[in-house]
Design a binder for this molecule. Structure first.
Ligand SMILES: Nc1ncnc2c1ncn2[C@@H]1O[C@H](COP(=O)(O)OP(=O)(O)OP(=O)(O)O)[C@@H](O)[C@H]1O
Ligand SMILES: [Mg+2]
Length: 337
């Protein structure tokens, strides 16, 4: 069985993972999130410098956890897109250097395919057909999947404007909550009434595309109108309910319409408790199998990239060129770049 080292640096998390035959052997993660907090969003140059500082220590830590050394690595996988250009380049340069120094093949991996593959580390191989809902900081997509390593990815729907995670981050700002917004909104929502404010459910019954900017504007208008009477927990809970409602409704509809019995929900927003619970409830009712990775594998990490590399090696995919370049806006058509 091949042992694959994976490197992820597309945003503000430096992730390294070592995977063999669908099993996670070791992983390490460093984050520059706190350095960006005062800017309210990720600053690319700060993220790139942090990757440079964290990469080698993370690789060493992953090796230590796995109890193996570089000579046991058979292939190197790396996120080559999409993401922040300077951040991607740092990880790509490191991956190329390791591949060259160890004389091992290099596999460029699509970051979002990594989010999907994260689930296989917890729940085993994906069935031959599945629907994936990717809900992250930069993307919201409903996908029809076959063999992740071999088949093209079919987009059933995508967001027309803000991503779900982006909506959480922007609403957190409107409510005066901390960055990153997802966990902060979820925390505030715990004491709130999800039925307190009826926020719009955009594009229900209109295919599988999403739109969250109208919801964000509705929250902004509500905050402005409420003034000093603003009940943050109620607004947070009502907003979270609107997002979870639309996401799960469309995902379940997509499975039923395409005769697929398995729904996989991945990406940072998949860490959201309410989304997980509502998805479980609706999948149970519809007779669907729901797969969601544990929260630690929902947000960016290196194990998910190693997981894609592991699938590519197992499927006999040819390595990427040593001239592989970072592609900040790589479309998700295949896992292999
Ligand atoms: N518990 C939660 N509830 C809701 N949203 C959450 C939660 N935890 C994290 N998020 C959101 O997930 C996003 C981060 O997820 P992820 O790391 O997958 O995104 P990203 O890597 O920045 O984006 P992309 O994968 O699209 O490039 C942020 O927008 C964050 O607010
Ligand atoms: Mg991500």
């Amino acid at each position: 069985m091949a042992v694959v080292l994976g490197i992820e640096t597309s945003c503000d998390e430096t992730g390294v993972g070592i995977v063999s035959d669908g099993r996670l052997l070791g992983a390490a993660l460093a984050s520059s999130m706190e350095e960006h907090a005062r800017f309210g969003g990720v600053v690319p140059e700060i993220a790139a410098r942090a990757h440079l500082e964290s990469l080698v220590p993370c690789v060493r830590a992953a090796f230590q956890q796995a109890g193996i050394g570089p000579s046991e690595i058979d292939a190197v996988a790396v996120t080559s897109g999409p993401g922040l250009a300077t951040a991607l380049q740092t990880g790509l340069a490191a991956a190329k250097a390791y591949a060259l120094a160890w004389d091992r093949p290099l596999y460029g991996v699509h970051h979002l395919a990594g989010h999907v593959a994260a689930d296989t580390l917890e729940n085993g191989p994906l069935p031959s057909r599945s629907v994936a809902l990717i809900v992250s900081g930069g993307h919201t997509s409903l996908l029809l999947l076959g063999d992740l390593a071999r088949d093209p990815v079919v987009h059933l729907g995508d967001t027309r404007d803000d991503a779900a995670g982006e909506a959480f981050d922007k609403v957190a700002r409107l409510l005066g909550l901390a960055y990153p917004g997802g966990p902060a909104v979820a925390e505030a929502a715990r004491d709130g009434d999800p039925g307190a404010v009826v926020f719009p459910r955009a594009m229900l019954g209109a295919g599988y595309d999403f739109s969250f900017s109208g919801l964000k504007s509705a929250v902004a208008r509500h905050v402005e109108r409420a003034g000093s009477t603003l009940a943050v927990p109620d607004v947070a809970a009502s907003f979270q309910e609107a997002v979870a409602d639309v996401l799960t409704r469309k995902a379940v509809e997509a499975c039923l319409a395409h005769g697929v019995d398995t729904l996989v929900i991945v990406g940072g927003v998949a860490a959201n408790r309410r989304l997980r619970d509502l998805a479980a409830e609706r999948c149970r009712t519809a007779g669907l199998t729901l797969r969601i990775p544990p929260p630690s594998l929902c947000t960016d990490n290196g194990a998910m990239i190693a997981a894609v590399g592991d699938l590519l090696v197992a499927s006999g995919a040819p390595p990427s060129s040593r001239h592989l370049a970072a592609d900040p806006s790589a479309p998700l058509n295949r896992a292999h770049l």
